[in-house]
Design a binder for this molecule. Structure first.
Ligand SMILES: [Mg+2]
Length: 183
């Protein structure tokens, strides 16, 4: 399974959830699979999608928030895991698609290709609910069985980006329509 396949399965479980998506290839793939006003496509600020999703989760406690992040991005913002788990929002699912590579910059290997295990880091950061998935058909049952809470979901995939177009929306358009849908 590649990242594109994983996002496709994630989207099959989504209704009106807010999705904050990591920049670059993941956002392009999400746009290609299912553009929605509830999608917030990161265009910069690498590493901060989990922090932004957490901020939305605590300010919108009645909405369900999904963050689609990557291994390279979360590795550069590991402090976010402690911030999230200690504040324990009841409405946040942090999904890390771990393809062991910096997909958007040429598939250079990340340290999860070697010794680093993100699920163990998440455990140490204080997450109680940790799910590791390495098969495509596990994604929908795993996500559909999640109750409200603060969840860390690691999906292991192969490296590689789908051949999809850029997100054609201007940054202002993404911001304005997203602001409208969460207000
Ligand atoms: Mg990656």
């Amino acid at each position: 399974m590649k990242r594109y396949d994983a996002i496709k399965k994630i989207i099959e479980t989504v209704n009106d959830e807010i999705i904050v998506c990591n920049l670059g290839a993941p956002s392009r793939e999400l746009y290609d699979i299912s553009d929605r006003e509830e999608n917030f496509y990161m265009l910069g600020s690498m590493g901060l999608s989990s922090s932004i999703a957490f901020g939305i989760a605590i300010s919108q406690p009645n909405r369900k928030i999904i963050c689609i992040d990557g291994d390279g991005s979360i590795l550069m913002n590991l402090g976010s895991l402690s911030t999230i788990s200690n504040n324990n929002p009841n409405n946040l699912t942090l999904i890390i698609i771990d393809n062991s590579s910096y997909g958007s910059t040429g598939n250079q290997k990340t340290y999860t290709s070697n010794k680093t295990r993100l699920e163990i880091i998440a455990k140490g950061a204080g997450f109680d609910s940790i799910i590791v998935i390495d098969k495509e058909d596990q994604i929908i049952p795993a996500l559909e069985n999640l109750e409200s809470g603060c969840h860390f979901v690691l999906i292991k995939t192969q490296p590689g980006n789908a051949k999809v177009e850029n997100v054609p929306l201007l940054p202002e358009e993404i911001k304005e329509r997203f602001r409208k849908v969460i207000s």
